[in-house]
Design a protein around this ligand. Structure first.
Ligand code: PLP
Length: 349
């Protein structure tokens, strides 16, 4: 019997596994806590019924890309869509990373950036930031000394919650011809967008998602605003027909209901600010956040507190591997936040 062996190191990589547990209050993956309204569901059902699934979808997803371009005041030739922003990032790395090419990450940050660098055979080049994790001139120097082909900036950053100054991103882009990928998964909640840099700086690609503010994590839609040359390169690496007709239809319906989705952003931000205000009262250190989640350091062992919350039906994210002693909680509905705060108070008592 012969067993096939995968590439060296693969079996040291843990599959991505944010726990998907059946609990009362799920605040571990930064989704929108509110489902889309009935009107959206009705329109979606109709759009799905109208699909001709015996045929391949529009390979260029042109209508969806045009609508996203218009929404962002960008040209359609520089607008790209894929199955979640993770796929956009993977495609960017397939095109601009790869063997012998360095990918700079400012850590702590979203774990998928290093994972996808590895799976696309690139070289991870981390630059560690200190709290409050704000990009400064010295960090840019360290990043550029590594000679990157790609550099990621996550703003607002996951898991820390802080946004980066656009001037720092502009300076980084001006000093290199590496591709600067700005992950703006949470930008609708706060922070300044780097999208105005895309037109003057063809080495900047802004990546966004429908998974958070658009309340559509289940549909898997992400997009990128970049120079037309970058989009041409993405067309070279994407799988043919990569965005299904069903996904394209869902994206178009979501754009029709865009105003409704944005209306709930204020409610989410209000809960985030409430968490930020309440945590210190419970003795926890809360880090300022421009996103829809809060990173915090409880006054007791993070793993024990995580477990204690779970025992009370509240699932948060254990971020202690990235930021020692810290947990991350998503801003949910007022009732979910009530439940989280009450459970935390009990655990810490
Ligand atoms: C949640 C998140 C995403 C979203 O990924 P999708 O594939 O679009 O669901 C992207 N980047 C960051 C930093 C995130 O936290």
């Amino acid at each position: 019997m012969r067993t096939a062996l995968p590439r060296p190191g693969l079996r040291d990589v843990e599959p991505y596994q944010a726990p998907q547990l059946d609990v009362r209050i799920r605040l571990n993956t930064n989704e929108c806590p509110y489902p889309l309204p009935d009107g959206f569901r009705d329109d979606l059902a109709e759009a799905v019924r109208a699909q001709t699934l015996n045929r391949y979808p529009d390979r260029e997803a042109l209508e969806l890309r045009s609508r996203i371009a218009a929404l962002n005041d960008h040209i359609v030739e520089g607008t790209w869509v894929a199955n979640g922003s993770n796929e956009v990032i993977q495609q960017l790395l397939q095109a601009y990373g790869g063997p012998g090419r360095r990918v700079v990450l400012f850590e702590p940050t979203y774990a998928l950036h290093s994972r996808l660098t590895w799976t696309t055979h690139g070289e991870v080049a981390p630059v560690a930031l200190d709290p409050p994790w704000r990009l400064g001139p010295g960090d840019l120097d360290r990043a550029l000394e590594l000679g990157p082909s790609v550099a990621f900036v996550c703003s607002p950053n996951n898991p820390t919650g802080n946004a980066q100054p656009v001037e720092a991103i502009a300076e980084l882009a001006a000093r290199t011809d590496a591709l600067i990928v700005v992950d703006e998964a949470y930008v609708e909640f706060g922070g300044e967008s780097a999208s105005p840099l895309v037109a003057p700086r063809p080495n900047v690609a802004v990546v966004r998602t429908f998974s958070k503010a658009f309340a559509l994590a289940g549909a898997r839609i992400g997009y990128c605003l970049a120079a037309p040359d970058v989009v041409e390169d993405l067309r070279r690496v994407r799988l043919p027909y990569h965005v299904s007709s069903l996904t394209q239809a869902a994206g178009l319906v979501a754009l029709d209901h865009h105003e409704g989705a944005l209306a709930i952003l204020d409610a989410v931000r209000a809960q985030r600010d409430r968490i930020l205000a309440e945590l210190p009262r419970l003795g926890a250190q809360a880090f300022p956040s421009e996103a829809n989640f809060v990173l915090f350091r409880p006054p007791q062992d993070a793993g024990r507190v995580w477990r204690g919350l779970l025992d009370r039906g509240v699932l948060v994210r254990d971020s202690s591997e990235q930021v020692p002693g810290c947990l991350r909680v998503t801003a949910g509905t007022p009732e979910e936040v009530d439940g989280f705060l009450a459970a935390l108070e009990e655990v810490l008592a």
